[in-house]
Write a protein that binds this ligand. Structure first.
Ligand code: NAD
Ligand code: AHE
Ligand code: ZN
Ligand code: ZN
Length: 369
């Protein structure tokens, strides 16, 4: 079938809106009509060419919601008409990782996903007879996409897709990192580096956890009002200080924070986020994605003296099991999605979403088909 799609033909180039061909779902696969998709910084990261796994041409997009159109052979958990959120972190419930009870990082389809292919090693997308890569197992920048059954969360059909699409990545990642990875408790002091979609979701999670103090840090003061509205008790612009930002935070907090979250993808900030943690127990969670060749550094003494460095992918959330409940939370108002949606655009204008992000003017732009 034909599908309107925004295709990344080359790194650093705007997406091109074209009509691609989408082949039917094979065994274990599902054809989904995407109704809405957010644009996450990770899409921009991959488009920039900095992603070691970035492949071109590709259909990017991983923060969507849609409706099942057709299921392939052997698919039992979904049928046409079901409402779904595609998962870039699958949940097969059978692999060593899924059965460990220790991680959400299902590996069943991860290898082919990273090669831009479906689990059988081929692509369902083509343009003018040439194959186009999938992306993160989701490719939500195409109106019709093919996704593995184990990479789809079935959600309440009453859920507003134009909002809950954000649970496909940004909001779930931030809130989940607070509850599943860090396990923030009432009264804890939290520092959040980067106040984009992920950082604001961390703030929302920290407020849910009744953190005692939530310090938002960003070099763009235009992000501060919304951060305060969402629960930041303090906001700090590193550009307004002469000393390293970790020293500023340590002074503000009588020795450091209980938890910090890096929501930017900047390895120097990752170091600052670790080093602003309290001696003896402070924990820093890396959420931001850094480019090829980038490495983190600190004095090992920082860890010897009790600080802990962690990472979090998709907020530690097991998508098929936990995401439907988070959708219900959002429908009840226990997770707020409205504040994240600063812009709404049709697919044809998706490149404006990237421009708004790079200009620091948006939190999330939601694209509709
Ligand atoms: P965003 O662009 O909306 O927000 C980033 C924020 O960081 C902006 O407000 C920007 O002003 C701020 N910033 C930039 N440089 C800074 C600096 N030196 N000091 C302080 N603030 C600075 O991005 P986003 O969509 O919120 O994504 C944030 C990061 O999280 C990206 O790296 C993205 O790839 C990553 N991410 C990771 C996961 C995961 O599962 N681990 C999921 C989603 C996104
Ligand atoms: N391809 C990159 C890694 C990208 C990355 O870390 N992705 C996050 C999700 S970002 C969503 O916006 C993630 O879940 N990682 C775990 C995984 O299995 O990909 C690289 O460096 O190669
Ligand atoms: Zn994302
Ligand atoms: Zn698995």
């Amino acid at each position: 079938m034909k599908s309107r799609a925004a295709v990344a033909f080359a790194p650093g180039q705007p997406l091109q809106i074209v009509e691609i061909d989408v082949a039917p779902p094979r065994a274990g696969e599902v054809l989904v009509r995407i109704t809405h998709t957010g644009v996450c910084h990770t899409d921009a990261f991959t488009l920039s060419g900095d992603d070691p796994e970035g492949l071109f041409p590709a259909v990017l997009g991983h923060e969507g919601a849609g409706v099942v159109v057709e299921v392939g052979e052997g698919v039992t958990s979904l049928q046409a008409g079901d409402h779904v959120i595609p998962l870039y972190t699958a949940e097969c419930r059978e692999c060593k990782f899924c059965k460990s009870g220790k991680t959400n990082l299902c590996q069943k389809v991860r290898a082919t996903q990273g090669k831009g292919l479906m689990p059988d090693g081929t692509s369902r997308f083509s343009y003018n007879g040439q194959p186009i890569h999938h992306y993160m197992g989701t490719s939500t920048f195409s109106e019709y996409t093919v996704v593995a059954e184990i990479s789809l969360a079935k959600i309440n059909p009453e859920a507003p897709h134009e909002k809950v699409c954000l649970l496909g990545c940004g909001v779930t990642t931030g809130i989940g990192a607070v509850h599943n990875t860090a396990k923030v408790k009432a009264g804890d002091i939290v520092a959040v580096f980067g106040l984009g979609g992920i950082g604001l979701a961390v703030i929302q999670g920290a407020r849910q956890a009744k953190a005692g103090r939530i310090i938002g840090i960003d070099t763009n003061p235009g992000k501060f009002d919304l951060a305060r509205q969402m629960g930041a008790t303090d906001v700090v612009n590193p550009k307004e200080h002469d000393k390293p930002i970790q020293d500023v935070i340590v002074e503000m907090t009588d020795g450091g924070v209980d938890f910090s979250f890096e929501c930017i993808g900047n390895v120097d900030v990752m170091r600052a986020a670790l080093e602003c943690c309290h001696k003896g127990w402070g924990e820093s969670v890396i959420i931001g994605v850094a480019g090829a060749g980038q490495e983190i550094r600190t004095r090992p003494f920082q860890l010897v003296t009790g600080r802990v460095w962690r990472g979090s992918a998709f907020g530690g959330v097991k998508g098929r099991t936990q995401l439907p409940g988070m959708v219900e939370d959002a429908m009840r108002g226990d997770i707020q999605l409205d504040p994240f949606i600063t812009h709404t655009l049709p697919l044809e204008r998706i490149n404006e979403a990237f421009e708004l992000m790079h200009a620091g003017k948006s939190i999330r732009t939601v694209i509709h088909y």
